[in-house]
Design a protein around this ligand. Structure first.
Ligand code: AMP
Length: 281
């Protein structure tokens, strides 16, 4: 396992690997690794010869009021976990390495960035696409993988790759959950014991609305309202609940026919923001 902290060091390593004909896979993360992150490695391994994982808490995707400073970090533990999952190179740059003094360029993806998390976190996706675009240029991976837990992020990255002709193939990877259904997330450590006890309600609700959908309920507005009612407890503050087309992310309010549909939500439990989603078709 190699830990690269400098862009030039990583580029030299990867140039050698590419000369030997190795296909390179990239797993971008912010670290504090859990099984969700490690499952991304499993997803990409069959496609590539060498897995690079980036571990970088990216300041440009946090607003000043968000948890950039307090975001959990544990590089030592991450290195051990990543190595046992099959990662060959960790790229863990400093903020100055990625955004040197005088930095002023950003990537903006339009429509698919605007709704859902983009509505309540207006600069978030600009930060995500910028850092991922930079990582693509630095690593030049053949494949990169993103989790469906951050479903909108996956759609935004696919759009960016298509529009800006990045020569990389994007893989999606299913959501990994705790035994009680809570989607694994580095931010789950923020939950108090009581919030943690209530948190499985999110997935439980998504599943019961999926059951209603499969039982014949096809009105977008009704499905959203069912979700809202099930989450109407004092411990949960709803940021958004939306039923959207799974590719365009445009809201679906009326009758759903054969289009691919995603039910997505974000809530606060105390000051912790949790997101989850489920495909209905
Ligand atoms: P993060 O470190 O939270 O920025 O996440 C890095 C990558 O891991 C993103 O592509 C996430 O979608 C993915 N990821 C995080 N949690 C999960 C999970 N529970 N299941 C699947 N993928 C996940």
């Amino acid at each position: 396992m190699i830990i690269a902290r400098k862009i030039e060091q990583l580029k030299t390593l990867l140039a050698k690997a590419r000369l030997s004909g190795h296909k390179v896979g990239l797993v971008p993360t912010m670290g504090y690794l859990h099984e969700g992150h490690l499952s991304l490695v499993e997803t990409i391994v069959p496609y590539v010869d060498l897995v690079v994982m980036s571990i970088f808490v990216n300041p440009t995707q946090f607003s000043p009021s968000e948890d950039y400073e307090s975001y959990p970090r544990d590089l030592e533990k991450d290195i051990k976990r990543a190595e046992s999952a099959g990662v060959e190179i960790i790229f863990s740059p400093s903020v100055r390495e990625m955004y040197p003094k005088g930095y002023q360029s950003f990537i903006h993806v339009d429509k698919v960035s605007e709704g859902l998390c983009g509505a309540s976190r207006p600069h978030h996706f600009r930060g995500v696409t910028t850092v991922v675009g930079k990582l693509f240029n630095i690593v030049q991976p053949d494949f990169a993988v993103f989790g469906e837990k951050d479903y909108q992020q996956l759609v935004v990255i696919k759009q960016m790759v298509k529009d800006l002709n990045f020569p990389v193939r994007i893989l999606g990877s299913p959501i990994i959950r705790e035994d009680d259904g809570l989607a694994k997330s580095s931010r789950n450590v923020y939950l108090s014991p009581e919030q943690r006890r209530n948190a499985p309600l999110l997935y439980c609700t998504l599943q019961s609305v999926k059951d209603a959908f499969e039982g014949g309920e096809r009105t977008g507005k009704t499905l959203v309202e069912m979700t809202r009612q099930a989450l109407d407890i004092p411990e949960v503050q709803i940021d958004y609940i939306e039923l959207v087309h799974a590719e365009s992310l445009q809201p679906l309010q009326g009758k759903i026919h054969s289009q691919p549909v995603l039910l997505a939500l974000a809530v606060y439990m105390g000051s912790t923001r949790l997101i989850d989603n489920i495909r209905l078709q």
